[in-house]
Design a protein around this ligand. Structure first.
Ligand code: SF4
Ligand code: SF4
Length: 393
């Protein structure tokens, strides 16, 4: 197994003991904003006896690494603590290593903001070009993995609805690592409800180390996969011991949008002047269903397209499911297909997930499927995305 332990980041299996975010107590002004946005109560005041009631995260296992406290802290007192950057630079300089960049769906909408865009724009072509300018040998698109995830997740939902799979309803989406950790830590009775489908990046990582490596004629131990995510919790997910079924770590390193922006600035890459390029074969193409994964409701909408088509037994006439779009805390929708009607829910932010989880545990939930994204609004507002005050002027 290629499961390495490097002093700069935790070993696989030890991620539960690591603070992925932490408070610099010298900078904390005790405003309490972080407590208000934290979905778990992991961040708290120091003991009342302490004269300065600064905040801290006493138990890293209680933190789902959503990063919402970090994004909202007005003093920038909360920082990330795990960085793969030194190792990535070393691998890029190693002629024996084939480095692969794997950008998430939402990154292509938020990168440009740091380089002067007033509003988010779709800039996939420049994003692929930028990753090549940083020295990556291949760019394989996580949107390819998102299509795999949705085919698996939709098939599993259909099987659960039809009673063909001995697993409970509602099916809970599994692509957000902060949400998965929330279930595992705070609602473990619901683990059987989680979809068994891997997240898009883990789908792509696994297939990259097997089919991808074989297709480009490289042994898997020479392939180094770097996922570029909107997220801090993805660093945790990448280190999960389960995500190495091929015998190699499916994702070797994780950076987020903020780190990529800083890297591009350090290397003086002129993002705006880059041409539109494409990702590399064999993981270049994807569908519109993969693109919408980045927003709350997107995973549910993608799943419903597949499930309703299958239940109706004919091609979809309208692929848009407006009823699951929006950023309310909990949004419900009623879906009719194949002569049956079922309810689904979309939860925007883990902070709104508690009552939904409690209803499922009590057996009173009316839903067949529930999507939860730990960050309000989904990955576009992820804990690793640009923070307004960081924008370039
Ligand atoms: S939001 Fe920042 S400054 Fe305010 S209490 Fe939390 S850590 Fe301290
Ligand atoms: S990262 Fe998320 S779960 Fe952890 S302390 Fe911050 S807000 Fe709470």
């Amino acid at each position: 197994m290629n499961l390495k332990n490097n002093a700069s980041f935790p070993a696989p299996g030890e991620a539960d003991t690591v603070h992925f975010v932490d408070v610099n107590q010298d900078d904390c002004m005790r405003c309490g904003h972080c407590e208000g946005v934290c979905p778990t109560g992991a961040i708290a005041r120091t003991l009342p006896a302490t004269p300065w009631c600064v905040h801290h995260i006493p138990n890293p296992a209680a933190c789902i690494a959503c990063g919402q406290c970090l994004k909202g802290c007005p003093e920038s007192a909360i920082r990330e603590t795990v960085s793969f950057m030194d190792e990535i630079r070393g691998k890029l300089a190693d002629p024996d290593t084939v480095t692969v960049a794997m950008p998430a769906p939402s990154i292509r909408y938020t990168l440009g903001e740091a380089f002067g865009d007033d509003v988010p724009r779709y800039e996939a072509g420049q994003m692929f070009a930028a990753l090549r300018r940083l020295g990556f040998d291949k760019v394989w698109d996580v949107e390819f993995g998102a299509d795999l995830t949705i085919m698996e997740e939709a098939a599993e939902l259909l099987a659960r609805i039809r009673g063909e799979l001995d697993r409970p309803l509602p099916l809970l989406t599994s692509c957000c690592p902060g949400w998965v950790r929330f279930v595992e830590t705070y609602h473990p009775a619901l683990i059987p409800n989680l979809s068994t489908a891997r997240s898009p990046a883990q789908m792509l990582g696994a297939i990259a180390k097997t089919r991808g490596a074989a297709q480009i004629g490289v042994s898997a131990d020479r392939l180094y996969t770097v996922q570029i995510m909107p997220c801090i919790a993805k660093k945790f997910e990448g280190l999960r011991i389960e995500n190495a079924k091929s015998g190699f770590r499916d994702i070797d390193a994780t950076i987020n949008t903020r780190e990529l922006i800083q890297w591009l600035r350090d290397e003086a890459v002129n993002f705006d002047a880059l041409p539109d390029e494409q990702a590399d074969d064999p993981f270049r193409l994807s569908t519109g269903a993969a693109t919408i994964f980045g927003a709350t409701g997107g995973v549910m909408e993608a799943a419903l397209r597949r499930v309703t088509e299958e239940l109706d037994g004919k091609p979809l006439e309208n692929v848009e499911f407006q009823s699951v779009r929006g950023t309310e805390g909990v949004r419900e929708a009623e879906i009719t297909a194949g002569g049956q009607t079922f309810k689904v829910a979309v939860v925007s932010g883990a902070i709104n997930a508690g009552p939904v989880c409690a209803a499922i545990e009590a057996g009173t939930s009316p839903y067949a499927a529930v999507e939860v994204m730990a960050c309000p609004g989904g990955c576009l507002n992820g804990g690793g995305q640009p923070i307004e005050k960081e924008h370039t002027t």
